[in-house]
Write a protein that binds this ligand. Sequence first.
Ligand code: ADP
Ligand code: MG
Length: 330
Amino acid sequence: ESVVNRIAAGEVIQRPVSAVKELVENSLDAASTSINLTIKDGGLKLIQVSDDGHGIRREDLPILCERHTTSKLSAFEDLQRITSMGFRGEALASMTYVAHVTVTTITKGQLHGYRVSYRDGVMEQEPRPCAAVKGTQIMVENLFYNMAARKKTLQNSSDDYSKIVDVVSRFAIHHTNVSFSCRKHGAVKADVHTVATSSRLDAIRTVYGVSAAHNLIEVQASDNDPSSSIFEMHGYVSNANYAAKKITMVLFINDRLVEWSALKRAIEIVYAATFPKASKPFIYISIVLPPENIDVNVHPTKREVSLLNQEVVIEKIQLVIESTLRNSND
Ligand code: ADP
Ligand code: MG
């Protein structure tokens, strides 16, 4: 059974960055205003995420890392997430099958926190009282220690840390009410560092550099028709002066970070037609869609999103961006 669990877990947590994304989403779900990451060895040795969120109750700790835990937890309120992204409480459980997970947490009004380690879905010992400041710290150590081939493949690639920085950067420009930092273990300087009080443009400037932030145009559209395929869209896209070697597309759908390569291609086409010299744009957009349009049968950990009427949604976004770019050019 444990081999089967490990293989399934390895599917959910494909690389260090998959664990980072899940941990940061959990911290965001816990209403954190500050999320700080420390990474050692591209995430293979250590991924540490500390937040100042609402913490985990003592009575929830024994089942925290069981699969499908979500609905069992007393703090569970977020049914919307299940209907919108099909998620079902597998992330932490999966991590415990392919790494050593240690949780330190304190809930509001408690005098001390608890620390507990997990292996293969279960606690290694009873939670131990410990000193703690507000929130939760999760350490994922020795990722893929029991998956030799996977570990070897990842050890030979140097880009896992940059993938992590990339994902944290995306969260940081979307969640501007949260402070983020991400640094290599032992490093003084953080590679991502945003403060919660900044505007979206300030956050983009801090994370993606001045040239990106100076050459942005705001895009905005909304549609209150209940039968509409898009409810709301807001973001910033680069203008004719922005020059880059590759496209950057940061996309949030219903507040979840997703990849959507069909949309990326569609937007590149708009740029190639409108600003041929700036055909590798920077795009940040946040879209609100009716949850029923998102295909929940796609495995939740697949970053690529699947929508029921893709073409219609893509065309709408293309039209909004195209008219925004043309207006900016006049
Ligand atoms: P899911 O997020 O889908 O519920 P996870 O395995 O990612 O599943 O997390 C399981 C549960 O653990 C969450 O639902 C949440 O209640 C709790 N949890 C995880 N991380 C945190 C955190 N940083 N702060 C508070 N609660 C957390
Ligand atoms: Mg989660």
